[in-house]
Design a binder for this molecule. Sequence first.
Ligand code: C5P
Length: 205
Amino acid sequence: MIVAVDGPTASGKGTIARALAAHYGLPHLDTGLLYRAVGRQCALNGGNPDDAGDALAACSFADSLLDDPELRSEASGGLASRVSIHPPVRQALYERQRAFATQAGGAVLDGRDIASVIAPEAEAKLFVTASVAARAERRFLEMQGQDRAVSLEAITADLAARDERDRTRKDAPLVVAEGALVIDTSDLKREEAIAAAIAAVDAMA
Ligand code: C5P
């Protein structure tokens, strides 16, 4: 069984994807981390994330970079959203995601285009979303827990900018794929969101 979990940043899709993977005993891939690694590698190379050539060169990052805690930062998220616009970058990361999705026994992948591009044949497709205010608040609390000095206003503005880039890019924009079930987590507690996701997957698969 392939489970595709798509949605905007800080919607709760990562939490839901990890919980589904544990529940069904499937391996999980956070595809956003791959784009974050490209963005971070591009910065380490001194490249320009808005330049397709520089961004493509950064796709040959070392796997060890995926363990770098810096990838979780807002800065890396912003860089990821810029490098992910370039079609050659998406192409370079496609095979890796496709191979993970089609491994024997199945998998859970979370991202932006899993149900639309990477694994359109997925048995279960979820689109996890939440209001900008709810997502900004969560991200703010998370950052405070890490002692990172950021304002709620800055996070809100950054989220809105990334949403806009993800939704309007030509190649693989963030869309609710055909057959996907939408889960709005704005007013759901973590356990409620997970229960809703499991019920949805059980009904689809
Ligand atoms: O999900 P996360 O916030 O880690 O993703 C970071 C950025 O990577 C997103 O804003 C998006 O631009 C890009 N991304 C993507 N396709 C995916 C996963 C992430 O374009 N499948």
